[in-house]
Design a protein around this ligand. Structure first.
Ligand SMILES: NC(=O)c1ccc[n+]([C@@H]2O[C@H](COP(=O)([O-])OP(=O)(O)OC[C@H]3O[C@@H](n4cnc5c(N)ncnc54)[C@H](O)[C@@H]3O)[C@@H](O)[C@H]2O)c1
Length: 385
């Protein structure tokens, strides 16, 4: 017999849809003790949240998140609203004893993230941040290959996260859909929005980042603000590049922009080690590229005429998550990363071994983001505690 887990979903936009889909599907594909129930969703516009509730099958809706948090019939609060709302909702949800799932970036800055982490830990409530790319099977396979010692001593980590949707100068800032361009709502630009993903993945695969030096640019300095109706300075970073030193001594380069013409959601990484390399590109999400130089057990080198990059089609039952989906050769997509993440969270509830990244883990990513932004101001290397 499964135990119902009553979900209160805040936000009905991109992530509201991605998460609702995960709640609806997870129990069909993953056998877990806890079974999410779409109890209530929340948005400020009544007509829109009512339509959303009907479309996704929520039993009820609220137009104020405070009402949702207060409800006795809600076990879990899921924060899928813009970044400047995360702190207040998470603090209230933890105080009310609810489990808290929060979208990335965890907060507007490290100070907020620390407060939120302390709040969930004090309350003792299960928590997780939706860094969903960890749940792309090919990325999880990269982690497995690294853990198996197949990369050997790591030397270089290289990440890019490129988009092109803000190049036009007449794209406004602020308000629905464009809150990412308003620094008071987003906290930062590509650093918190895109590089937070790259940093989370990098630290998951290659360990902590201990220092960074960065440069950022805001190419369009002023934009019409949709809420105030005035042309206002743009406070976010449109582009960011930084160098990183990992605790294991390897070197990292990270690049992100919303001005890479032709790139829509171009998210890649490569790790080069003494014994091998891995490369991933989200435009081919089912593929992990692996270069094997030496056998991890014997140390024997691959015969030179047989070396080359392998394109591993990550759809076998032996690959991470794939025994829960279709038959080998059949791919899964973007939405499945959220389902896989939720399945891990539910497993953590069952086993008592919390799914990662929890708030404390995401706090570390927030610290790296803050160090990157601080370095971009001073031009100096920044240490990360
Ligand atoms: N994990 C990922 O890959 C990923 C992808 C996109 C966005 N995100 C994150 O998810 C969050 C939401 O982003 P999005 O793209 O879904 O945004 P969105 O603009 O599509 O949706 C935001 C939703 O929040 C609602 N909202 C805003 N203020 C609110 C309030 N005070 N109370 C209740 N609802 C409120 C809006 O009405 C809207 O429904 C952000 O933190 C973002 O960084 C994560």
């Amino acid at each position: 017999m499964s135990t119902p887990l009553n979900v209160g979903m805040i936000g009905y936009g991109f992530m509201g849809r991605a998460h609702s889909n995960a709640y609806r599907q997870v129990s069909q594909f993953f056998q877990r003790k806890y079974r999410p129930v779409l109890k209530a969703c929340c948005g400020r516009n009544e007509a829109k949240i009512k339509a959303f509730a009907e479309n996704w099958g929520y039993e009820s809706y609220e137009t104020d998140w405070r009402r949702l948090v207060e409800r006795k019939d809600i076990d879990l609060i899921d924060i899928g609203s813009p970044n400047n709302t995360h702190r207040e909702i998470a603090l209230a949800a933890a105080a009310a004893g609810k489990m808290v799932l929060c979208e990335k970036p965890l907060a507007m800055n490290t100070a907020e993230a620390e407060e939120m982490t302390a709040a969930v830990e004090r309350a003792g409530v299960p928590n997780m941040v939706w860094f969903n790319y960890r749940r792309v099977p090919a990325i999880a396979l990269a982690r497995q290959i690294i853990d198996e010692g197949r990369i050997g001593r790591p030397f270089h980590y290289r990440a890019t996260y490129l988009q092109d949707w803000t190049i036009a100068e007449d794209v406004p800032q602020g308000g629905p859909a464009l809150w990412r361009l308003d620094v008071d709502v987003a906290g930062s630009g590509v650093t918190g929005d895109l590089l937070a993903h790259s940093i989370d993945t990098a630290m998951w695969l290659n360990g902590p980042i201990v220092r960074v030096v960065a440069a950022t640019e805001t190419f369009v300095k002023e934009r019409l603000h949709q809420v105030t109706g005035k042309v206002q300075p743009v406070g976010i970073d449109d582009a960011c590049m930084f160098l990183a030193i990992f605790q294991n001594g390897s070197m990292g380069t990270f690049e992100s922009t919303r001005y890479a013409r032709g790139r829509k959601n171009f998210n890649t990484f490569e790790l080069n080690g003494a014994a091998g390399s891995v490369y991933f590109d989200l435009e081919e999400p089912q593929i992990l590229q692996y270069f094997k130089y030496a056998d991890p057990k014997t140390g024997a080198k691959i015969e030179s005429h047989l070396t080359g990059w392998q394109k591993i089609h990550v759809t076998n039952f032996e690959h991470p998550y794939m025994n829960k989906w279709w038959v080998p050769g059949c791919t899964i997509g973007y939405e499945h990363t959220f389902i896989n993440a939720l399945a891990d969270f539910l497993e953590g509830l069952e086993t008592g071994s919390p799914a990662q990244p929890d708030f404390r883990c995401a706090l570390q990513t927030q610290k790296v983001c803050d160090a990157v932004l601080a370095s971009a101001k001073t031009g100096q290397w920044q240490q990360i505690a």
